[in-house]
Design a protein around this ligand. Structure first.
Ligand code: GSH
Length: 201
């Protein structure tokens, strides 16, 4: 059977999907994308793979392409239930968290990645810290939903790596979540495959 194949860029949000694939424990393929030139490591124009031109993009075993972190991480949770919280509302809670991370937290970093003014970057940093505090208030354990991380925690981890990179204030619970993440073999494997990515605590 064909394997899934993830198109990723080092340290980008696709690190969440990459980590989830490692947590799932099934073999998969990866291909690096340079998001400035849109060329892949095999010399293919990535826009011929995904017209959106951004990562993550996951090619499924039947050849279909799945994009958007929310959809990719939810699909992986449908295949590997350990990537979602348990219980009847588990998948809905996962999507709720993924949507918040994608549309509020991830989006808030835009001025930092895309040359915002000092004022815009300061405002963005405050927004990120505020969103992280909100998430802390709802945390059910060391990870968002308890003792074990889900796909949402892997996405959150990427946001925490970015927060570190841009010197954004992070609540202590989130510092601890990031530290625990860095001990997980799946996180280490994804980071090693994507190296170099700065992750200092
Ligand atoms: N809506 C997309 C956004 C993905 C996204 O922002 N990807 C960034 C990396 S974190 C990217 O590939 N940017 C390159 C570009 O937009 O050309 C999702 O949630 O998956």
């Amino acid at each position: 059977m064909n394997r899934m194949k993830l198109y990723y860029a080092p340290g980008a949000c696709s690190l969440a999907d990459h980590t989830a694939l490692h947590e799932a424990g099934q073999a998969f393929d990866i291909e690096r994308v340079d998001i400035r030139t849109h060329m892949t490591e095999h010399g293919i124009d990535f826009r011929t793979v995904s017209a959106k031109g951004y990562v993550p993009a996951l090619v499924l075993p039947d050849g279909q392409l799945l994009t958007e972190n929310i959809a990719v991480l939810d699909h992986l949770a449908s295949l590997y239930p350990q990537l979602a919280p348990a219980g009847p509302l588990g998948r809905s809670r996962l999507i709720e968290a993924l949507a918040f991370i994608s549309t509020e937290l991830h989006r808030a970093f835009k001025p930092m990645w895309h040359g915002g003014s000092e004022r815009e970057r300061a405002h963005a940093a405050e927004t990120v810290t505020g969103h992280l505090r909100l998430m802390c208030d709802a945390m059910k354990g060391p990870f968002l939903f308890g003792k074990e991380p889900t796909g949402a925690d892997f996405y959150l981890f990427v946001m925490l790596v970015w927060a570190e990179r841009f010197n954004v204030e992070v609540p202590q619970q989130m510092v601890e979540l990031k530290r625990q993440m860095l001990e997980r073999p799946a996180v280490r494997a994804a980071l090693q495959a994507e190296a170099p990515v700065r992750t200092e605590v």
